[in-house]
Design a binder for this molecule. Structure first.
Ligand SMILES: NC(=O)c1ccc[n+]([C@@H]2O[C@H](COP(=O)([O-])OP(=O)(O)OC[C@H]3O[C@@H](n4cnc5c(N)ncnc54)[C@H](O)[C@@H]3O)[C@@H](O)[C@H]2O)c1
Ligand SMILES: [Zn+2]
Length: 338
């Protein structure tokens, strides 16, 4: 399945394929960046640059070594291939954006999260000590090839992690998709998985086309569950729940908040809680997190403003909007009840 994404400098195609299809599309001017898990699991050769797996590789030091590796072999006409999960996508994408002031980037997402979320939209970055994604760029890929059979080796916890973003897409943008997930949570064996992934790509592409550079607020709707989710990840020092898991808890919390302030149709939070639990995702706040710590992190969220906290809230399943000026006392009541 194919989706075309238009952006300010042109357009690119996101296409589902197989690992063999990806390898056949690579040529002598392609330089593959991956991580050692993906290299081993998918049998990539020694000619690629493989970083250590995990978020810690999305740093300036690793970025520097990718750039030096490129400098030894790549020219202005070369293409950087980001072959892996979201960490590799963001890291290699940022290297592509900056090597010789920008060379082409082929995104090959191999985790479910990267397929439905990070490989589409052109945001690339590395983390700084002061925070995540602080050094980055908008650098649309030249093409995105999604090898469906790569999911066979993805660990189950990572699959569920990506599934959280799939549920999010249904909750905020597509009631039909959410109902499909409620009827049958996705699994690697699911015959409809390629359709579900392609639908998520289409949904994200449409939002990104409307607000490529995050200036109108439209792109912020993709942040449903993320204000609370990011706060949980930060409070746990990024060593607790995985991103998608934290977002699952965040979606339940933010749906409850929406119900409490009259923004969300009653019953939505329970509906999402039951669905996310059926997908094997956590839906309760991890123990031992003080609400003050969480609200403190939410105050630093990029959507927050002087008049209060901001959340992308579901109105009813399939529609959502950015709500600003939310009182901390309302957030506190919801978190304490969880
Ligand atoms: N640019 C964006 O718009 C955007 C959006 C969302 C998330 N992100 C970023 O994405 C990152 C998270 O991405 P992620 O969840 O893919 O993490 P990840 O890249 O760390 O991958 C998760 C784990 O799965 C392994 N893996 C990936 N594909 C595999 C496969 N096919 N077989 C076996 N193992 C495999 C990886 O080695 C890693 O251990 C974060 O850094 C986040 O900030 C970016
Ligand atoms: Zn996310």
């Amino acid at each position: 399945m194919k989706t075309t994404v238009r952006h300010s400098r042109g357009e690119y195609v996101v296409e589902t394929t197989t690992l063999a299809g990806v390898l056949a599309a690579l040529g002598a001017e392609d330089f593959v960046v991956t991580d050692t898990n993906v290299q081993g699991a998918l049998g990539l050769g020694p000619e690629c640059f493989a970083v250590e797996p995990g978020e810690r590789s999305k740093c300036l030091a690793t970025y520097g070594s990718v750039m030096e590796w490129l400098a030894d072999r790549a020219t202005r006409g070369s293409r950087v291939v980001a072959f892996g999960g979201g960490v590799v996508g963001d890291l290699a994408g940022f290297a592509a954006a900056t090597y010789m002031r920008g060379v082409a980037c082929l995104q090959v997402p191999t985790s479910l999260l990267a397929m439905v979320d990070s490989s589409v939209g052109g945001k690339v970055a590395v983390d700084l000590a002061a925070g995540k994604n602080l050094a980055g760029a908008f650098w649309p890929p030249e093409r995105v090839l999604v090898p469906m059979d790569a999911l066979a080796t993805l660990p189950d916890r990572e699959f569920a992690n990506g599934a959280a973003e799939v549920w999010k897409s249904g909750a905020i943008l597509d009631r039909g998709l959410l109902e499909r997930l409620e009827a049958r949570p996705i699994s690697k064996q699911d015959e409809g998985l390629e359709w579900v992934i392609s639908r998520c790509i289409e949904l994200k592409a449409a939002v990104v086309e409307e607000d490529e550079f995050e200036t109108t607020g439209r792109r912020a709707v993709l942040n449903f569950g993320h204000t609370v989710g990011h706060a949980i990840e930060q409070a746990q020092g990024y060593c607790g729940l995985l991103h998608g898991e934290a977002v699952a808890v965040g979606m339940v919390a933010e749906a409850r908040l929406g119900e409490a302030i009259g923004e969300t149709v009653a019953g939505t939070a329970e509906r999402l809680r039951a669905g996310l639990a059926s997908q094997g995702l956590p839906t309760a706040l991890p123990k031992g997190l003080a609400w003050e710590t969480l609200v403190g992190a939410m105050r630093r969220d990029k959507k927050a403003a002087r008049n209060g906290l901001a959340f992308s809230l579901v109105s009813e399943i399939g529609t959502c909007r950015l709500v600003t000026g939310v009182e901390e006392s309302d957030v506190r009541r919801v978190l304490e009840a969880m």
